[in-house]
Design a protein around this ligand. Structure first.
Ligand SMILES: Cc1cc2nc3c(=O)[nH]c(=O)nc-3n(C[C@H](O)[C@H](O)[C@H](O)COP(=O)(O)OP(=O)(O)OC[C@H]3O[C@@H](n4cnc5c(N)ncnc54)[C@H](O)[C@@H]3O)c2cc1C
Length: 241
């Protein structure tokens, strides 16, 4: 099935019509008649519910004695920009199941431990989801940001256990969310320092080679050199636009 949402203006909320087209064999899905009804119902549902505000919930503790416990969006609704809301909810189930096994299903102790283990992770994913919005909105057009993403991926191929991109850690491993954030900060610091060291070593090496071979270089006036620097600056400015 293919649904296209047509927006009448540049704003998010103003969807003016929905067109739907069936592009799969009828025997795989419901009959054409049923499908038409489903699409009609979907259209009505879509226009009946106005756009809602997005919420991000951070709370603690997640339990009340041995009486009740919050899991999923009830405990940690997050903005949808990391695509982890449902996943974090499933992980809540996995974690509480593991704790149940560890603590012999002593519910009071299990819920207390569940809050202790889960709160830092769910708060971390709430922050990451917010951060990802900022990243998608502002950073993806930055050349340095794209270069860093590329570099991170190359370093991950070379040292798969030492450098793991944040998205990979969060999405494809069971690294705890708050540990992924800590590790991401650590990796970022190491890579940034590495880049600085490479830059300084290259500049020093370049200077050394220039000085050693200065007698072989054609003599160039300071004025001429300055004109070339200005031209280079103009070129870099144009290529950054
Ligand atoms: C736009 C958007 C995109 C998303 N994209 C992703 C994604 O790519 N990946 C991902 O992992 N997650 C995503 N999510 C998040 C994901 O949909 C939610 O995290 C997930 O559905 C939460 O499941 P839940 O069971 O905790 O809560 P819900 O799905 O909200 O379920 C709660 C249920 O309780 C019912 N209920 C409420 N009050 C009562 C009551 N008093 N009595 C009885 N029943 C009640 C509600 O009707 C509802 O059915 C996205 C969310 C949004 C909004």
């Amino acid at each position: 099935m293919e649904l296209s949402l047509l927006s009448g203006s540049s704003s998010y909320g103003k969807v003016v019509s929905i067109t739907a087209r069936r592009t799969f064999p009828t025997d795989t899905w419901s009959s054409p008649c049923l499908l038409k009804m489903e699409i009609e119902a979907l259209k009505q549902d879509f226009f009946r519910l106005p756009a809602q505000a997005m919420v991000s919930v951070k709370c603690s503790p997640y339990h009340l004695f041995d009486k009740c416990v919050l899991m999923g969006d009830a405990a940690h609704a997050v903005v949808p920009f990391y695509g982890q809301g449902m996943n974090a909810g499933f992980e809540d189930c996995l974690v509480i199941n593991e704790i149940m096994d560890q603590l012999d299903e002593n519910i009071a102790a299990v819920l207390q431990e569940y809050t202790r283990v889960r709160v830092p992770d769910d708060h971390a994913i709430a922050d990451l989801a917010m951060y990802n919005y900022v990243e998608m909105r502002a950073h993806v057009n930055s050349k340095y940001f794209l270069f860093r993403k590329y570099l991170d991926n190359i370093l991950h191929v070379i040292m798969p256990k030492t450098i793991v991109p944040l998205y990979t850690m969060v999405t494809f491993t069971r690294t705890r969310y708050h540990e992924a954030v800590n590790r991401w900060h650590w990796q970022d610091k190491v890579i940034t320092r590495g880049l600085w060291v490479c830059g300084v070593v290259s500049a020093a090496g370049g200077m050394y080679v220039l000085v050693r071979n200065s007698h072989k270089l054609p003599s160039i006036s300071a004025e001429h050199l300055w004109t070339r620097i200005l031209a280079l600056k103009r070129f870099l400015k144009c290529s950054c636009k």
